[in-house]
Design a protein around this ligand. Sequence first.
Ligand SMILES: Nc1ncnc2c1ncn2[C@@H]1O[C@H](COP(=O)(O)OP(=O)(O)O)[C@@H](O)[C@H]1O
Ligand SMILES: [Mg+2]
Length: 253
Amino acid sequence: MSLFVAEGLVKRFDALLATDHVSFSVEPGQLHALIGPNGAGKSTLVNQISGLLQPDAGRLLLDGQDITRLPPHARVAAGLSRCFQVTSVFKGQTVLDNLLLAVQAHAGSSFHFLRRRAAEAALQDQALALAARTGLAEVLAVPAGELPHGAQRKLDVALAIAARPKLLLLDEPMAGMGPAESAEMVTLIGALRREMAILLIEHDMDAVFKLADRITVLVYGKVLVSGSADEIRGHPQVQAVYLGTETTEATHA
Ligand SMILES: Nc1ncnc2c1ncn2[C@@H]1O[C@H](COP(=O)(O)OP(=O)(O)O)[C@@H](O)[C@H]1O
Ligand SMILES: [Mg+2]
């Protein structure tokens, strides 16, 4: 069974079909990338998946559960975390405090059987482990708002995985990064994919081809093709879309 299924998603803005019966699925343990030129409908699709927008038609299944009508926070509880392009950190708080808050928010009742001191120590351990995994161990005492851009994005990822998602939704995690920061983010995502399925929306094609098991190409609101990285790399219509030639032919396929 697929871990995540988008089935016939339709989203209309007046006369514009921003997502036009979009279907694709993410398999357990896979990193699935969603690519497409500007205006293809990637953000509109991501917002429907995370619950910020309601589709006009179609449905979303996570691990067999229909999540189409769930509000965003209930989707997180169901196992779908989104790393926001607009960061959701508390900028005045330190990195460690942000991590502690996130770990605590998702701990639920799991530490209730512990005494208070032991529970605090367990939360602290989890926050430190999260920092180590995401490359934030050196900046724990820095206020989140004072971090360099690359580290802020790492903190976004850390906060998203604190929820222990089944599927992690990464919306342009490399946006605004230089080559060194991008390379670090690629390494981080490469490590995370061993632990959870990932849906990656990304402009950086080098990163996508390095990381993705499967790629879905979106053009003018429609799925042009879904395939392995090799299939997509060699696909003539995909090359046409990205080289800016034969776009008419490609979009009406
Ligand atoms: N809230 C909105 N109202 C009207 N049109 C929108 C809205 N959001 C996006 N669109 C349009 O939908 C299309 C897809 O946009 P978007 O999902 O942002 O694409 P992408 O993220 O792939 O660049 C574009 O033509 C865009 O102008
Ligand atoms: Mg977008």
